[in-house]
Structure formats: C-alpha cells, structure tokens
Design a protein around this ligand. Structure first.
Ligand code: C2G
Length: 142
C-alpha cells in the first residue's frame, strides 16, 4: 500500500483544495492530511481561520480522497509524521515548491509539488465576500 501525506489549513474548503487532495490520493492508496491546528495557524502562520480545527477536520473527513486527518502543530513535525505513518510520498501545492525538498534527504520520502488550481483561494473568497458590488438585492433578473 502506497501512503501519501500532505499538510494544510484547508479553511473555507473550496475546489482548489479538493483538486489537490484528489491528485494527492491518485498518487497512492492511502492519504494522510496534516491539518493545521488553530494555535499553529495563529502562532506560526498568522492566519485566523473562519472554521475551527474541529469543523475543518469534520469537512476533510467527509472527503472520499482523505483516509486520515492528523493535527499539524509545528513546522518541524513532518519527518516524525513521515516515519510514524510510513509515508512513501509527500505532496504539496506548487506555492511550496522547493520548501520541503529537505524531507527527501532526511527521510527518503518522495517529495512532489502539484500545480495550484488558479484563481481560487480562501483569501480571494474573503475579498469577494467583502465586495458589495457582488451582493444582489435578492431579486433575480428573470
Ligand atoms: N492549494 C491549491 N490550489 C489552490 C489553493 C490551495 O493547490 N487554489 C493547495 C495548497 O498549495 C496546499 C493545500 O491546497 O498544498 C492547502 O492549502 P492551504 O490550506 O492554504 O495550506 P497552507 O496554508 O499552504 O499550509 O506545513 C504546510 C502548511 O500547513 C501548508
């Protein structure tokens, strides 16, 4: 069984996240997701998530591509996780390209970066939701 591992915040889950998880799962048989805790997001990524860790975990566990969700509490837990969960491949979106190459030397895991899905991000969603011009008065133009 080929085991794949990836990490992220996955706040306000959208199709860019789903595309990443689907392609990560396609590279093996079992997908582990290291989900950033609320504390890690705030302390280490200065991110305030819309959904709490428990809600984000619930959403991820409902996705058919995801087999196990574990907490991501620090930047440097990856080698231990790779060992503990016997991951054969580590997958991240292309915005992280090069940042985790050290894992290959340190653990022997195969490191793969997949292209990001263009034009969608949690930040973009928040900006669009703040854009009043996108808000209709509820009367559809029939
Ligand atoms: N992603 C993507 N396409 C998008 C948006 C996100 O492929 N349009 C990918 C990211 O590249 C990442 C994953 O989806 O691989 C999760 O994205 P985030 O929730 O933004 O995760 P991030 O904040 O990058 O945290 O230790 C690693 C960090 O926890 C990654």
């Amino acid at each position: 069984m080929k085991r794949v591992i990836t990490y992220g915040t996955f706040d306000m889950l959208h199709y860019g996240h789903i595309n990443l998880l689907r392609r990560a799962k396609e590279r093996g048989d079992y997908l582990i997701v290291g989900l950033s805790t609320d504390e890690f997001n705030w302390d280490s990524k200065q991110k305030k998530t819309y959904f709490s860790y428990e809600k984000r975990k619930q959403l991820l566990e409902a996705i058919r591509y995801v087999d196990l969700v574990i907490p991501e509490e620090s930047w440097d837990q990856k080698p231990k996780d790779i060992e503990l969960y016997q991951a054969d491949e580590f997958v991240m979106g292309g915005d992280w390209r090069g940042k985790f190459d050290y894992l290959e030397e340190e653990t022997g895991v195969k490191v793969t970066y997949l292209d990001r899905t263009p034009e969608i991000s949690t930040t973009q969603i928040k900006q669009d939701l703040n854009d009043k011009s996108l808000v209709t008065d509820g009367t559809a133009d029939l």
